[in-house]
Design a protein around this ligand. Sequence first.
Ligand code: DAH
Length: 341
Amino acid sequence: MAELLDDLNSLERDGLDALADASDAEGLESWRIAYLGAKGRLKQAMGSLGAVPREQKPAVGKRLNEVKQSLEAAFEGRKSELGGSGPAKRLGPAIDLTEPGLAPPVGRRHVITRVRDELYDVFGRMGFEVATGPELEDDEHNFLKLNIPEEHPARDPIDNFYVDDPATTERPRMLRSQTSTVQIRVMETRRPPLKVIAPGRVYRPDTVDATHSFMFHQIEGLFVDRNVTMVDLKTTLFQFARAYFGEEAEIRLVPSYFPFTEPSAEFYMKIRLRPDQPARWIELGGCGMVDPAVFEAVGYDPEEWTGFAFGFGIERIAMGKYSIPDIRMLFENDVRFLSQL
Ligand code: DAH
């Protein structure tokens, strides 16, 4: 009997050792077949119980049961350590490759940036290059060289964001109130002929409402050459309107006054700001023939050179193009709004 009990002890020891060596689901399954399977070592040991003398049966049977429980418990423990057993091991959650995928959220450029780039494109095809100038300007570029003299009401501190006190500073700095400053900067550094557009931010202490903001964007245009006329201006603006808003675009020039152009006009387009309302005449900005005083300020001979200029609000253009009823929507950065454009 001692021999038989020894056999059971070594069966248990072998089994536990081999189980510790099983390192994956496959090894675990082979072990299960070898020890606990229908033809495994435990079953064989049980089979030999029949040959054990009667009086020894209870002791051997008891030990056999202990070994069986010990091996089964060890198997369950190892199985949960290794995360499952058996040939049908799952490799993670089932994936249905026929399901439509989830589109990842994709960012986009802000509508103002996009309109600006579209304007580069339209004016670029008409031969305009892009120029830029600083947002922090001095009154020489924002006013003086644009033929807006010292005593002009447009220079009133109440209507401008001065950085230096204009009462005590000789050349006070300010946040530019218009992109016309870039006309001066370009002409100071280059000789004609030239054809540029200049987009950028401008600042005015306006009360914010559906059509006004203290910061907005303008796009300036300047064309200087010999024999430029008002017909060139109107043709250019009409081409722009049709190229950007479509064949049906309607424009209107209304006589006006700006110190830096003579003659001057306001530029209107028939625009639909709300999809549910009819198109209305909206002023996009000003334009005109460059005033000889401006050419003199930058050292161009006004007898030789002629030119036209314009300056439009980019927000107004965007609102017309995309039927946006309120300028504030362009600055609130509400993704629910922006993601529709
Ligand atoms: N700078 C003007 C404004 O902000 C708009 C403007 C008018 C620009 C006439 C021009 C122009 O270039 O010729 O109101």
